[in-house]
Every structure is written in structure tokens, then in C-alpha cells.
Design a protein around this ligand. Structure first.
Ligand code: NAP
Length: 281
């Protein structure tokens, strides 16, 4: 079997076009949806991410402000900027790019963002809302994975989903979203003794680890759906995921590529969350 691709670029294009229509409608009503992105320091990967986010906003007709600060910015100064943006009516979403320099407490900064503008979905209020099934902003990466499953008409009810990774921004919210869709969910992590034992039983595997070849063909049930969140570099320096794509695509029924899979969907869901934030007004 050769798996079909779940194309994150194509799905993003479609969803971003829908965002653009919603943005135009809001703008007609005098509300231009606005996202503020704060970048502290010179992390090269973060610089690329924020550039892509700002460009995606502009392309979809959202107003976007990029605030860049040197790594010497103090925590108090950053908290003051977030507070100002919380009170700025032209800004509907606030994103503080992580990681922050070591002298700044990530958690404190994320908690200082108004939950009404928490378009990354990282605030405890957003995580709690997901936990209890209340409306709130969903973390963009797992939200994007759910949209990818939806796009192939996959019914999760009664299916066994295995999530590899338990971070607060990917693994845990992913598990909760799958659970919400009535999948039976197993969460694996670095202390899981026999990862393959779990993944071989899975109808859906989501790999969110950050290590190449964590999931190989012998670990996948024939016909499973495989979502690869990982972003790594191969020996030639090319972007690759956590999944041994060449091998696993011969076993799975559907698979997401890297690049062109979950990556673009993460930015797309940020736009969706920002438009929702503006529409709630
Ligand atoms: P993270 O915070 O480092 O979490 C990695 C998780 O993997 C941890 O829960 C860890 O377990 C688990 N793990 C490590 N080694 C393992 C192993 N051998 N077997 C099973 N589990 C193992 O990373 P993250 O922020 O969730 O991101 C994960 C990956 O997704 C990274 O490559 C990141 O770059 C990528 N990512 C991509 C996007 C996108 O838009 N495409 C967005 C976000 C993240 P412990 O908890 O026990 O340490």
C-alpha cells in the first residue's frame, strides 16, 4: 500500500482563503483583525517563524504588528508591552514567540496575555477550557492536525489514537482534542518502555517528539493514519519529521509530509484563531 498524502499546503490555502473572506467582512464593519507578534532576541529559527506568521497575516488581509526586542529586554519591560497590547483595541491576538531568553519566565509572560487574545492557545485558561470542553482558543499545532484529519473525512469515534510526545503545546492538547472526538487515546513519552507495542495497535499515530525516525514502518499498523509534527534536519541539513516517511508511507493509508504537512497548518490555525478573536467582539 502507498499512503495518500494529507497536503498541508493545499488545505492551508483553502482555509486561509476562508479567513480572508471573514477578514474582509470584518474590515467592512470597521474592524480590521489584528495580530501582534513579539520576538525577543536573535534566535534564527524564531525569526523565520515570526516572519512567516506576519506574512501569512498580511496575505489574508489581517493587520499585523511585529515587535522585535533585543535579548537584553527585561521581564518587566516585556510584561508591560503585553499589558499595553492587552488594552489595545486594534489588536485581537497576541503571540509571544518562544523560547524567550533565559532570564525571562515563559510561563509568567504567557499568563500575562489576556485569555481573550491568547491566539496561540497556551494560556492556562485556554488549556483549561480544552480540558473541560468549553470554548476557548485551541493550541494551533494540534488544532491543525485535527483539521487535517477532518479534511480526509476521518471519523475518530471509537478509533485508537497514539500520541507520541506530551508537551504542553503539542502532545497534551493533541491527546485532549482526539479524546474530545471520541477516540481512545494513548499518550507515549520518553519513559514509555515499548513505544512500538503501542503504535502497532494505533489507527492514528501523531508523532510530536523532535527526533528523526522515531516512527518506522515496522511500528505502524497497515492502513493507519500518520501525522508527523516533528521538525528536524537530516544529514544533508534538509527539513524532515519524526517519521521515516519513505518506509511508513508503504504501510499507512494516509500520511502528512514534512515539509508541507503540519507546519503550514500551524500558521493557518493561528490566523483562524485571530479571526475568531476579532469576530467575538
Ligand atoms: P518537546 O517539548 O521537546 O516534547 C517532546 C516530547 O517527546 C516529550 O514529551 C518527550 O517525552 C517525548 N519524547 C522524547 N523522546 C522520546 C522517545 N524516544 N520516545 C517517545 N517520546 C519521546 O517538543 P514539542 O514542542 O512538543 O515539539 C515536538 C516536535 O514538533 C519538535 O520537532 C518541534 O520542532 C515540532 N513542532 C512542530 C510544529 C509545527 O508547526 N510543525 C509546531 C510545534 C512543534 P518527555 O516528556 O518524557 O520528555
Amino acid at each position: 500500500m502507498t499512503a495518500q498524502l494529507i497536503d498541508g499546503n493545499a488545505l492551508s490555502k483553502q482555509l486561509r482563503a476562508e479567513v480572508a473572506v471573514r477578514a474582509a467582512k470584518l474590515t467592512e464593519r470597521g474592524i480590521t483583525p489584528g495580530l501582534a507578534v513579539i520576538l525577543v532576541g536573535e534566535n534564527p529559527a524564531s525569526q523565520v517563524y515570526v516572519r512567516n506568521k506576519v506574512k501569512a497575516c498580511q496575505d489574508a488581509g489581517l493587520h499585523s504588528v511585529l515587535e522585535k526586542y533585543p535579548a537584553t529586554l527585561t521581564e518587566a519591560e516585556l510584561l508591560a508591552r503585553v499589558e499595553a497590547l492587552n488594552n489595545d483595541p486594534s489588536i485581537h491576538g497576541i503571540l509571544v514567540q518562544l523560547p524567550l531568553p533565559k532570564h525571562i519566565d515563559d510561563h509568567k509572560v504567557i499568563e500575562s496575555i489576556s485569555p481573550l487574545k491568547d491566539v496561540d492557545g497556551f494560556h492556562v485558561a485556554s488549556a483549561g477550557a480544552l480540558m473541560v470542553g468549553e470554548p476557548g482558543f485551541k493550541a494551533c499545532t494540534p488544532y491543525g492536525c485535527m483539521k487535517m484529519l477532518e479534511s480526509i473525512g476521518y471519523d475518530l469515534r471509537g478509533k485508537h489514537a497514539v500520541v507520541i510526545g506530551r508537551s504542553n503545546i503539542v502532545g497534551k492538547p493533541m491527546a485532549l482534542m482526539l479524546l474530545q472526538s471520541s477516540a481512545t487515546v494513548t499518550v507515549c513519552h520518553s519513559a514509555t518502555p515499548d513505544l512500538a507495542y503501542h503504535t502497532r495497535q494505533a489507527d492514528v499515530v501523531v508523532a510530536a517528539v523532535g527526533k528523526r525516525n522515531v516512527l518506522t514502518a515496522d511500528m505502524v499498523k497497515p492502513g493507519a493514519v500518520v501525522i508527523d509534527v516533528g521538525m528536524n534536519r537530516d544529514d544533508e541539513g534538509k527539513l524532515c519529521g519524526d517519521v521515516d516517511f519513505a518506509g511508513v508511507k508503504e504501510v499507512a493509508s494516509w500520511i502528512t509530509p514534512v515539509p508541507g504537512g503540519v507546519g503550514p497548518m500551524t500558521i493557518t490555525m493561528l490566523l483562524v484563531n485571530t479571526i475568531e478573536a476579532a469576530e467575538r467582539l
